[in-house]
Design a protein around this ligand. Structure first.
Ligand SMILES: Cc1cc2nc3c(=O)[nH]c(=O)nc-3n(C[C@H](O)[C@H](O)[C@H](O)COP(=O)(O)OP(=O)(O)OC[C@H]3O[C@@H](n4cnc5c(N)ncnc54)[C@H](O)[C@@H]3O)c2cc1C
Length: 675
């Protein structure tokens, strides 16, 4: 894969894909060498059809389109972006579970990564609710509904049955209303095939925080929607908010408790994590752009779609809809192409044409060019307009066929319990096969199911420093994953062996959740070389179990993050230290400033008036005042640091501990004998 591109587009959604298609049209076959589109999936998802995937009106595959087919010439990279450098337009990739991918550089960088979901503000929502943002979410929700129907059909207790079949949808916007309508349709149609279930067993509740549903369509259509849904048996709660979610019930803002084992959340759009921490201006968490769609302050960086705050040309910001993301993609492409021909750029200007939603049972609501209407025609028009916007003739035909089938045949009630067919990754290895080499990137955690393996650690000259054997039931690989390090050892099979493998993502998810397992694995992570290093005969038990506060230097030299580099130099000189602890206004640690940081920032800026917090090492390895010396040694050893600030419970520095302090104490307690 080439490293330098004229244009790198991040995101294969409405905005990114449209931008790439438009540039392809302008540049033709030359696009293959000039444009790279990067997306986490190799397919485009037509999100407006996701509710119909849940309702089983459309086959999941038919709402997607492979990007390689949609784009005729551009290069495509299926990869997850992990870091973006705006100043030199460099993009780095997440390679945790895949092959190594070199960063790429762009003359023009287009940020079209959309948004993510975050509902940390509502306790329990992230843990217990189902979401509707991706195709996987829609599939999971459809599977969940059919699973509940199966479970309820076996449940003799009517109260329990009702609980299993109560679906609560949070959010009365487009996706909330469409999803609620589709779920109700699916439940009512499916009930015919679960003969022991009664209509009174089913319930769908829609909760909305505003006074009427679909606020974008106005009060009339919002109230019409509510009446239509209520007539069909849905419970609609307006002016309500969910304040917490558990596995069995939700709590509402007025304190009411509602039994709810199936919560579907359609609210809580949050900035995409990759876009949320850039050196740029933000508005409500979105990247602010100028009228030409460039990220404020950057000539050749463009941001479009849901993840950006783009002016609509009429004094407002563009709403997060596909209707806007598509023309934004086109305009960004035109402006990028114009920069290559030195033509003038055009500001973005687009007015909403209309808004529409389907609400189930062949009914819809529309507001187009000032006309508002509802019913069967609105439903037909909404579907038809979405169909026309779906890219690809083959996909359009498939969706029409799905809809036709839906008219004459029952919905697809297959329940694929994917967990049953999912295999735990298991690998078989032969004698002398290497599982991984010392120094390699970490990509998994292993348990030995059978066989014998050898673990070896070597120094830079290849001399063996330490060796051990692993047998059935032993595990390895956790250290590199827990501490984000390269492999510290090489593992080779001595006999034929079978290993269970956990990919790094699953491993991290599991240990983050399961605290005792994390503690256990943190201690085993340092076995072997560190055990040698920490042998009580060399360190003494008493010293190893003393608190870090006993040996730390209690006068850390701290400085406020708002001080200048010049002030930091003065402080360093006066204190005769080589590290300053940088704190915020509450005295909490925000970074460390070393002589190297100072040198780097002075070399970059050639001036000393810069603000300190922009120049410090943000990723600080610190210790807690409650930790013991052997834990501090473990941190020094695993992270490869020689000194760390010690923090109190509020995160304020109370001292610094260096390896030198520990070595000095060790010599005092166990004096070395001359050899
Ligand atoms: C259920 C639902 C129904 C909707 N209905 C309508 C409707 O009826 N009408 C309407 O106008 N709008 C509708 N919308 C909104 C519309 O889908 C969005 O506004 C639109 O998708 C935004 O386009 P985008 O390109 O900004 O983001 P997206 O379409 O979300 O695309 C983001 C892209 O970035 C990729 N990506 C994200 N993170 C990374 C990463 N780290 N590395 C690599 N790639 C990454 C994703 O894979 C994706 O390809 C609906 C949305 C939903 C969820």
């Amino acid at each position: 894969m080439k490293k330098n591109w004229d244009v790198v587009i991040l995101g294969g959604g409405f905005a990114g894909l449209t931008c790439a298609r438009r540039l392809e049209k302008l540049w033709g076959k030359a696009s293959a060498q000039r444009i790279l589109l990067v997306s986490a999936e190799n397919f485009f998802v037509f999100q407006p059809f996701l509710p119909e995937v849940i309702g089983a009106s459309i086959e999941p595959r038919h709402v997607t389109n492979p990007i390689r087919i949609v784009l005729r010439h551009c290069a495509l990279m299926r990869a997850e972006v992990s870091k973006i450098h705006l100043d030199n337009r460099r993009v780095e990739f997440d390679v945790t579970d895949g092959p190594e991918i070199e960063p790429v550089d762009a003359n023009h960088l287009v940020l079209a990564l959309g948004t993510s979901t975050n509902l940390r503000a509502v306790p329990g929502m992230m843990e217990h609710a189902l979401f509707l943002k991706t195709l996987a979410d829609a599939l999971a929700l459809r599977e969940h509904i059919v699973r509940r129907l199966e479970e309820a059909s076996l449940e003799p207790n009517p109260q329990h049955r009702k609980r299993l079949l109560h679906f609560v949808i949070v959010g009365g916007g487009y996706s909330g209303v469409e999803t609620a309508g589709e779920i109700l349709d699916l439940l009512l149609t499916a009930r015919r095939f679960y003969r022991n279930l009664d209509a009174s067993d089913l319930q769908v509740t829609l909760i909305h925080s505003g006074p009427h549903l679909l606020p974008e369509l106005g009060e009339d259509l919002g109230c019409f929607t509510q009446r239509t849904l209520e007539k069909r048996g849905m419970v609609v709660l307006v002016n309500q908010r969910v304040t917490s979610v558990s596995s069995d019930y939700i709590r509402l803002k007025d304190g009411m408790r509602l039994d709810a084992q199936n919560v579907v959340c359609t609210i809580g759009n949050a900035p995409n994590p990759v876009l949320s921490d850039l050196e740029a201006e933000y508005e409500k968490g979105k990247l602010l752009t100028d009228a030409w769609l460039r990220v404020s302050g950057y000539e050749n960086v463009w941001a479009i779609g849901d993840g950006a705050a783009n002016p609509d040309g009429y004094g407002h910001r563009c709403p997060p809809t596909a209707q806007f993301a598509t023309p934004l993609g086109k305009q960004a492409a035109d402006n990028i192409a114009a920069t290559f021909t030195h033509a003038s750029l055009r500001p973005f200007r687009f007015k909403m044409l209309g808004q529409m939603a389907t609400i189930g049972h062949h009914k819809g609501v529309c507001s187009i060019l000032g006309f508002r209407f509802s019913g069967l025609f609105a439903w037909w028009l909404t579907r038809t307009i979405h169909l026309l916007k779906l890219p690809g003739l083959d996909r359009k035909l498939r969706v029409v066929i799905d809809w036709t089938f839906e008219l004459f045949f029952p919905p697809d009630l297959n329940y694929w319990d994917l967990r049953k067919t999912q295999k735990l990754a298991r690998i078989h290895i032969e004698p002398y096969d290497v599982v991984f080499h010392q120094g390699e990137r970490s990509n998994g955690f292993y348990i030995v199911e059978d066989g014998v393996l050898e673990v070896t650690r070597r120094d830079g000259d290849g001399h063996v420093l330490w060796k051990d054997e692993l047998v059935q039931g032993d595990h390895f690989g956790e250290g590199a994953l827990l501490y984000g390090l390269a492999r510290r050892v090489t593992v080779t099979a001595k006999t034929q062996a079978t290993l269970l493998v956990f990919a790094s993502k699953e491993f991290k998810f599991f240990v983050d959740l399961f605290k005792s397992l994390r503690q256990l694995l943190s201690s085993t992570a340092t076995r072997g070389p560190l055990e040698e290093f920490l042998r009580p005969s060399t360190w003494s038990e008493e010293l190893l179990h003393a608190p870090v506060t006993d040996l730390m230097d209690v006068s850390p030299v701290s400085i406020s993050g708002s001080a200048t580099i010049a002030e930091a130099i003065q402080k360093l000189t006066e204190s005769h230290q080589n590290v300053l602890v940088v704190v915020d206004d509450d005295g909490k640690l925000t970074g460390l400033l070393t002589e190297t940081d100072l040198f780097r920032s002075a070399a970059k800026q050639q001036k000393f008036s810069g603000i300190l917090k922009d120049n410090v090492s943000q990723e600080v390895i610190s210790l807690q005042s409650s930790q013991l010396i052997h834990e501090a040694l473990q941190v020094f050893y695993m992270k490869g640091v020689k000194k760390a600030p010690v923090l109190d419970e509020q995160g304020r520095p109370v001292g610094t501990l260096s390896y030198l302090d520990l070595a000095r104490a060790r010599i005092q307690r166990v004096p070395p004998t001359r050899t």
